[in-house]
Write a protein that binds this ligand. Structure first.
Ligand code: 5AD
Ligand code: SF4
Length: 465
């Protein structure tokens, strides 16, 4: 018999970490752990960490300071708290973490989560356990599938990892080192996970991978399936109303994926397509494998098959050697595309990556100034995108209750939160909403049965049907 124990798990960074955290919780559920939202009640704390930029990593060490204090308080009252560091900082720093934070008991890299129960045993026996290998066995085959009840409590929208790792080696990025080389899960494994999620009430699935559109998993016909084909197959599954995928590399948008945006009504017309920079000189130094003109041509091809498509992006400012002219090229790309949203980051030199060794590192003050200007340009574009929805009908997938009683919240095809006064019975369903007010990050509207036809037309149009 397993003793009932409590698990507190906190994710930093990307959606893949959120997914991994759920899978770790599922694995530990079979060891008798139940999740708690209160760190003070926990027997095991897992910090699932991110290494992508300095700031993300610093957050982990400040959080560890807080957890150590809680561990000490627990020890004074005779309770033992185990601390595990998982994720990409664990992978990159290994033992160094325990040297810096001796209160840590377990360090586990992203490819070894299925070994957590064994690591807990080892930590109990030896006081410490570290596993940052890239094991030969596949962690996905060794992690239990998500339990039906757990997914129900996790809501209407779910993430499913279909691809992990990256072989692109952009010169600024740690991902190829922390997550390892590209790996695609087989089609049937993904299908059964999505079926399970649909049975438990999930309506929207986002396929995730560091380089998701490099997906090439084994299909049931013995061939490697591209992402477009996988999406077409998943869109036939009962219960699934919406599909998304993220994050894509512009050089991997193949014909099957572009066709999917034309042919699949359930594939949302919203694509995260990180450009990183608008300057050819910087794109080359980043080893991004496309030029500005290629990126813009790709945007045009997608718009040609799917006129309602909108884009979001990631940008880095202050990459080594970036001049004012290079930066202006990024600003002009933002305006040329007219993004619905974008994330922007100051370049952060990551140890072990080629760009960290480049001369001409940009001074911090200049990075801050460029970030400020870029964010202003992005905000302008985003506000313009949102404003166009005023008075129009959108199809909303309702996810949960809102902040005020009687209010529910869902998302538009473009991930905009939409707030409506309506019955909670609509949660988990698609309904048409006429937008009455647009704020900086939300849309407000009323249920609009009369707008139903309009919204469906729009949806069909967006499907190219
Ligand atoms: N510095 C700043 N931003 C980075 N990103 C990745 N590596 C770095 C880095 N070293 C950004 C990229 C990527 C996003 C997830 O994080 O824009 O698309
Ligand atoms: Fe990093 Fe993405 Fe480039 Fe891969 S494609 S190295 S994950 S930025």
């Amino acid at each position: 018999m397993n003793v009932a124990r409590k698990l507190y798990i906190k994710s930093f960074g990307c959606q893949m970490n959120v997914y991994d955290s759920h899978r770790m919780a599922d694995t530990l559920a079979s060891e008798g752990f139940t999740e708690t939202p209160r760190i003070e009640d926990a027997d095991l704390v897992i910090l699932n960490t991110c290494h992508i930029r300095d700031k993300a990593q610093d957050k982990v060490f400040s959080e560890l300071g807080r957890v150590r204090a809680i561990k000490e308080a627990a020890a004074r009252s005779g309770r033992q708290l185990t601390i595990a560091v998982a994720g990409c900082v664990a992978q990159a720093q290994g033992e160094e973490i325990i040297r810096r934070s001796p209160a840590v008991d377990i360090v586990v890299g992203p490819q070894s989560y299925h070994r957590l129960p064994a690591l807990l045993e080892r930590a109990k026996r030896d006081g410490r356990a570290i596993d940052t290998e890239f094991p030969v066995e596949d962690k996905f085959d060794n992690l239990p599938p998500p339990p039906r009840e757990a997914t129900r409590t996790r809501g209407v929208c779910a993430f499913v990892t279909v691809q992990e790792g990256c072989d692109k080696f952009c010169t600024f990025c740690v991902v190829p080192y922390t997550r390892g080389s590209e790996f695609s899960r087989p089609v049937l494994k993904i299908v059964s996970e999505v079926e399970r999620l649909a049975e438990s009430g999930v309506r929207e699935v986002t396929l995730i991978g560091q380089n998701v559109n490099a997906y090439h998993g084994d299909g049931p016909d013995g061939r490697a399936w591209p992402l477009g084909r996988l999406l077409a197959h998943l869109s036939e599954l009962p219960g699934i109303a919406r599909l998304r995928y993220t994050t894509s590399h512009p050089a991997d948008m193949d014909a099957s994926l572009i066709a999917a945006h034309r042919d699949l009504p359930k594939l949302m017309p919203y694509l995260h397509l990180p450009a990183q920079s608008g300057s050819d000189r910087i794109l080359a130094a980043m080893k991004r494998r496309y030029r500005r003109a290629d990126y813009l041509r790709l945007i045009e091809r997608l718009r040609a098959v799917q006129p309602n498509i909108a884009f979001s992006s990631d940008f880095i400012v202050g990459f080594p050697g970036e001049t004012e002219d290079d930066f202006k090229a990024t600003l002009s790309l933002v305006d040329a595309v007219g993004y619905a949203g974008a994330f922007s980051f100051k370049y952060s030199a990551r140890p072990g990556t080629p760009a960290a060794e480049l001369p001409d590192q940009v001074p911090e003050a200049q990075k801050s100034e460029r970030l400020y200007r870029l964010q202003a340009a992005i905000d302008r574009n985003c506000a313009r995108f949102n404003a166009q929805w005023q008075g129009r009908a959108v199809l909303v997938l309702f996810e949960k209750g809102g902040r005020y009683s009687g209010q529910i919240v869902g998302r538009s095809p473009y991930l905009q939160p939409v707030q409506v006064m309506a019955s909670r019975d609509l949660i988990g369903r698609l309904a048409s909403v006429r937008i009455t007010r647009v704020s900086s990050n939300s849309l407000f509207g009323v249920l609009a049965p009369d707008a139903d036809r309009l919204a469906r037309e729009q949806h069909q149009l967006s499907a190219g049907a």
